[in-house]
Design a protein around this ligand. Sequence first.
Ligand SMILES: [Zn+2]
Length: 444
Amino acid sequence: MTQLVNEQEQQEAVKTLERLISVQSYNQPAEDGAPFGRGIRNALDEMMKICDELGFKTYEDPDGYYGYAEVGEGEKVFGVICHLDTVPAGDLATWDHDPFKGTVVNNAIYGRGSQDDKGPGIAALYAVKALMDAGYHFNQRIRFIYGTDEEILWRGIAQYNKKESQIDIGISPDAEFPLIYAEKGLEQAYLVGPGTDKLHISLKNAFNAVPDKAVYDGPKQDEVKAALDRHNFKYTSDDKSITVIGKSVHAMLAPEGTNAVLRLAIALDEVFDFKPLDFFGKLFKEDATGTNVLGDVKDESGHLTFNISSLEINEKETRMQIDLRIPVTVDRDKLLDKLNENVAPYELKYAPFDYVAPLYVPKDSKLIQTLMEVYKDQTGDTTATPQISGGATFARTMHNCVAFGGMLPTTPDYMHQANEQWPLPDMFKAMEIFAQAIKKLCVD
Ligand SMILES: [Zn+2]
């Protein structure tokens, strides 16, 4: 197979990526025309400029939520869904170089967003540019869609889906090769119940992680310690408080973690007579597959996961945060009915917060067959299979769309970490895979 992306196009892509990384774009307070802060709006402006210069037709949402760039003619639209926001740099002392400069260091492009997701977005863009340069004619429109709030609440892509036409088929280069054809549904919600004046708990944590610490500074600490001991639950204590120790993992891997909040609640249930606490001690126990609450819920995308991250108990109410990753073929409404039914005896009730529908494109579809074939051809990795994930990419917000690249399975994972960088050989390989795949799908 002849190479579609030449060296000059590779070098131009690196230069452009440097330019985009230099526009710092993590979430900051809203300003006029910049719902996620000035930095992200600047990155959107810059991206539109880049696409204009390359000969794409562009449209930028005047309110600053999204933008897109298009090439080709026809009714059908092939989407490439990317995001321009990044997570913050974190502690600058943990970086060896400036995260917002986009320099090439040790044959890798270095900086925040180089892997997630500015790098893969630019790689895919220059893959299409290479096809344009070579004179290929596209039999449909290829539309790059840029979200601006992927790392927080997906409000940018939600605006796109509200105001713009849907794609017919597409890819989101925001994960790993070969591809992800199934992502579980993501339900973040609350279980809410009555309050009590017997004890006050305020353990607040992010939805998407298993908490590894739970501090208790209320009454009856000796009895609470005795209960923890009976279960062999790890904790430390001083004369003021008890700290239950767990092991943190991402919520999608909840059964592999040790949930400190859960362990404390199970111990408290043995000390205090309060109905909602029975939910932990008598029903949920320590099973983060949620099997004790919802039964054995699973399909080809894996088992349900059920993470409880926060617990608040005060005079007014009991409230916990839950994060459920729901297998792709499971009926969400029925599952929530069952949840409500089974928590009712503990005086608890489901209350919604956020829901993201699952991604599921059948493995025998033309899209998946083609992408897999190209990936295998280009890498020689003939045993690769389509993957499932408990994580979430923008692919699931679009019709007939899968996560495809841009990281190779062998690329070191720097996403959301200090010293984020993308080795150039991996970037160039990804560009070639994108070019070959888009040629197969969008050129006669
Ligand atoms: Zn991303």
